[in-house]
Design a protein around this ligand. Sequence first.
Ligand SMILES: Cc1cc2nc3c(=O)[nH]c(=O)nc-3n(C[C@H](O)[C@H](O)[C@H](O)COP(=O)(O)OP(=O)(O)OC[C@H]3O[C@@H](n4cnc5c(N)ncnc54)[C@H](O)[C@@H]3O)c2cc1C
Ligand code: SF4
Length: 427
Amino acid sequence: MMNLTLTAQQARVEAERCLQCFDAPCEQACPTHIKIPKFISMIRNGNIIGAAEITKTSNALANVCGKICPEEIFCQSVCTRGKQDSPIQIRELHFFATQEEVKKGFSKTKPFPTLNKKVAVVGAGPSGLGCAFELSKYGYLVDVFDKGKPGGVPRNSIPAFRLADKELESDTKFLSKYFSLKKKTVDGKAFEQIQKLYNATFLAVGLGKDRPIGIPGEKMKGVLPVLQFLESAKANPKRMKLGKRVVIVGGGNVSLDAAATAKRLGAESVILVYRRSEKEMRVWKAELEEARKQGVEIRFLINPVAVVGKKKVEGVKCRHTKLRKQKDKSGRPIPVEVKGSEFIIDANNIIIAIGQSIAADWLEGVEREKGYIKVDENFRTSVDKIFAGGDMIAGEGTIVQSVAQGKHAAQAIHEFLSGKQEAASGI
Ligand SMILES: Cc1cc2nc3c(=O)[nH]c(=O)nc-3n(C[C@H](O)[C@H](O)[C@H](O)COP(=O)(O)OP(=O)(O)OC[C@H]3O[C@@H](n4cnc5c(N)ncnc54)[C@H](O)[C@@H]3O)c2cc1C
Ligand code: SF4
């Protein structure tokens, strides 16, 4: 995922490389099924605004995905041109088109139909926004509730050096014309009210709670849960004070964001420890290379066992691990600690980045499976008229998958409320 912004000339040259495949495997591989060959041919013909419209019709967060969608695991991974020389830079091309539209001012969309039914969306992250936009294209009156400004994780946690506020707002400003955004923290009482007032509800509150690691000393001053750290660093970078030596615990993309952020905040030494080997890390390779380039040291086969310090963190006690042949439910070999292999890594801060869970006790009446909200193939939960999507049903995913789930849930809500199986209008 290179963060490259194409010039008009580069975009045209890149668009000309597209083979315009009849079966368009890229389009199938994009979770929101953007009409990729069509928008690329428009760029080739100089109709940049038309290309932006095509992209936005399919993907409510077209700018955000244009900037940080991991295209190497989606559209680009199946690009036919990749078999000849290199795949088309699909993400960069749609970012170029949508950003050109932002510079020129949004073009007018055609009026959507009006239906006399109301749908509530709880959570204005990628999934909630994707659902709300699609529902408004069908003609529903949609109220979107969020405890903060719209954008979810892309606004609150993804570091500004990867996604600037203005890039996110290119999407949220456009979207906010189509539904009503209501600033409200939904709790049990509010959820009951919502169920009475709306014909259907879509839940998309994501995974807002950091998972604790469960080692002695975890509550000590200087230990930071990763979302709390990323959110504070993004909201108030000047007030975020880190020590010279920072250890990050975890082996996913979120831990790499934390490591890169710690480096940018001035930490002299940033060491990421992971209990398996590099092969088992579930990260986008480009992000891993980027972290290394920035000087993050990554140590494998290490498990933290205790925080060391009196009143505040002085280090982390670890053990070496080795991998068993046997695999756990994630499909990866189980790490086991090597007896007597204890050692201490000095640290002033430890950032725990081992995953997130749902932060919504008020949802106790809605059935869960493996900790996530259980839905059927139509995104219906165990409670009548309540649908759900995004990370809270599937675990940690990506922005484009969350938007796609919101969109598909909107189609299911429309079928539920109207009895009709039909696509929403374009824009
Ligand atoms: C640090 C980090 C970096 C990432 N980087 C990338 C990336 O580069 N590319 C990519 O594709 N994906 C990335 N992801 C994954 C991606 O951000 C998520 O998959 C996606 O945001 C999930 O969307 P969502 O709508 O399900 O939930 P969220 O984005 O979590 O949005 C949930 C929304 O619900 C609101 N909410 C929660 N509780 C309540 C309540 N009680 N009342 C009202 N509102 C509430 C929250 O304020 C929030 O706005 C990253 C994730 C993290 C954590
Ligand atoms: S949203 Fe992601 S998967 Fe879809 S076309 Fe854009 S870069 Fe590819």
